[in-house]
Design a protein around this ligand. Sequence first.
Ligand SMILES: Cc1ncc(COP(=O)(O)O)c(C=O)c1O
Length: 392
Amino acid sequence: MPAPVYLDYAATTPVDPRVFEAMRPYWLEDWGNPSSVYAVGRRARRALDSARDRTAQVLNCRANEIIFTGCGSESDNLAIKGSAVALAEQRGWKHVVTSGIEHHAVLHACDWLERHLGFEITRIGVDELGRVDPGVVAEAVRPDTAVVSIMYANNEIGTIEPIAEIARAVKSKNPSTVVHTDAVQAGGLLPLDVQALGVDSLALSGHKFYAPKGVGLLYVRRGTPLVHLLSGGGQERGIRAGTENVAYIVGMTTALELAYAEHDQRVAHVSRLRDRLSSAITSSISGTRLTGHPTQRMPNSASFAIDGADGESLLLNLDQEGIYASSGSACTSGTLEISHVLKALGLPESEARGSLRLTTGVRTTDADIDRLLEILPAIVERVREVTPSLVS
Ligand SMILES: Cc1ncc(COP(=O)(O)O)c(C=O)c1O
């Protein structure tokens, strides 16, 4: 059996060996609690402070605007619930705007505000390419809109949203509305200059750019209303209690720096391989189309609707051949429901059921793409045969 082919970098990435090496001392030598006053703690504190400074350089912000968290989901929850509750308390504002194609970390945080605190949520639609229209967002903003949360790039279809334009449109309608963006998929591949983006908060997750799972961050612009969710000690300026995971934070910082130091080569590599996938699949397999935006999309993302072929069956068949891919997002795979993202694009059911997401990464090779292209047409044919009821 040939070596496995991993084409699911949007789900997670392996840890870069250089990142692993950068983390090692903070388990074995400088393992102290950064709040301790003695030397081993002070060394951990220095590493933490330096990680914050280095991260701020990449994001073009101040060090004290960075809050380290446990994952992207936590960052999104903190931003959305934290700012929504703060503005509800300060001004009585209880309205939030988001899009229908957000990750569940955002959608469910909004559902929670609606269910438990009586917020009103406006979930705006997207066009057939998955783009959010800044004008539609601005129309939805009201004098009592506390938060607008729109993702930077979509995890299922790769579409990039016009975040800077959206932020400008929101601020011109209501300058005090907090603009949050879930940049978890964008991290490592798209520009993260928060001044250029014009957002008030931005969420990232380390495991999407070759750092470990279980570490994330939230940028919060100075002066942004935010209450904490996790109570306890005064870590992270009292906004996120819990002894800091110094090794992982150093790892995420190193991974972020490497991603942007090597940005152009990485983008060229992942997009070249992605383009090979897209053109070969759409031209060689009938009834197949690219989902998401043809150009305004993540450089590593190829996503397809394959008419009449059940996505889960495609994944299982690929897995048997040692090829790892995804159908919709990792968390919606395994259920028979059509993903909310594909529904929002307005795809016919027989196409939406046959969704396949292939995402490339720094370790993907031409041989990996060759193997996928060699095997996929026969798998699609087989799957189409056993799912006759779905053929339109
Ligand atoms: C767009 C988006 N937001 C948020 C998350 C959640 O990140 P984490 O897995 O670090 O909680 C993901 C993970 O897949 C994602 O793709």
